[in-house]
Design a protein around this ligand. Sequence first.
Ligand SMILES: [Fe+2]
Length: 248
Amino acid sequence: MSELQYNNTDNLTLSQIVRDDFHAAKVLEKYHLDFCCKGNRLFGEACKEKGLSSNEILAEIENQKSAIKNGIKFDQWELDFLVEYIINSHHKYIKENGPGIGAHIEKVAIVHGKNHPETIDIAKLYSIIHKDLKQHLMKEEEILFPYIKYLVKVKTGNAPLETPYFRTIANPIKMIEAEHQSAGDIFEQIRNITNNYAIPEDACNTYRLSYNELNEFELDLHQHVHLENNILFPKAIELEKKLFSKDM
Ligand SMILES: [Fe+2]
């Protein structure tokens, strides 16, 4: 079974994607991307028509695959456990790899910027996204995630219910989701500029490495955002509602 690759997946048909890995079917069905009767349509085009980001759908497929392979059911985990998982896997990944990727792409921009001016733009975009993400992780780890863990404590009777200073979790989540969106937009720009991380013939090893690293970073970010936007946040909103409605 071949692994789905980000590069050029937009040019695969919907049925090819499911043929590659049947786990993709569940995700395509969820977004009404018909891989049976209209299976010969290109994945990228079908997503575009429905106003969907093909990268985000792919990230969801990847999550689905790794979760199934490892027997993980993220949506059945307790929220405090999911929070710890996100911090220890995805946040850790950004903290450990973010600075090195920045150093590599900056070096590439200095050495190859003359022949490949796009590398200068990429270095600039990456430095923006990396700086933004550092702030973003801090907000999650210092404000939003502790509150989610607190909600779990209230649920299990280990803390009294109190209204947070931000009134409802929906408020910080709104801000965090907007930041996810802008991070995704910047990476989409990088993907477009690099033509899906296509490595030019005259690329040196650092050039090659930095494009591969950026590609992997984007994939990890999509999986990370998927866990938060689609599982953690809706469940936390629901839990808060339930706790406060009981209290009334
Ligand atoms: Fe996060």
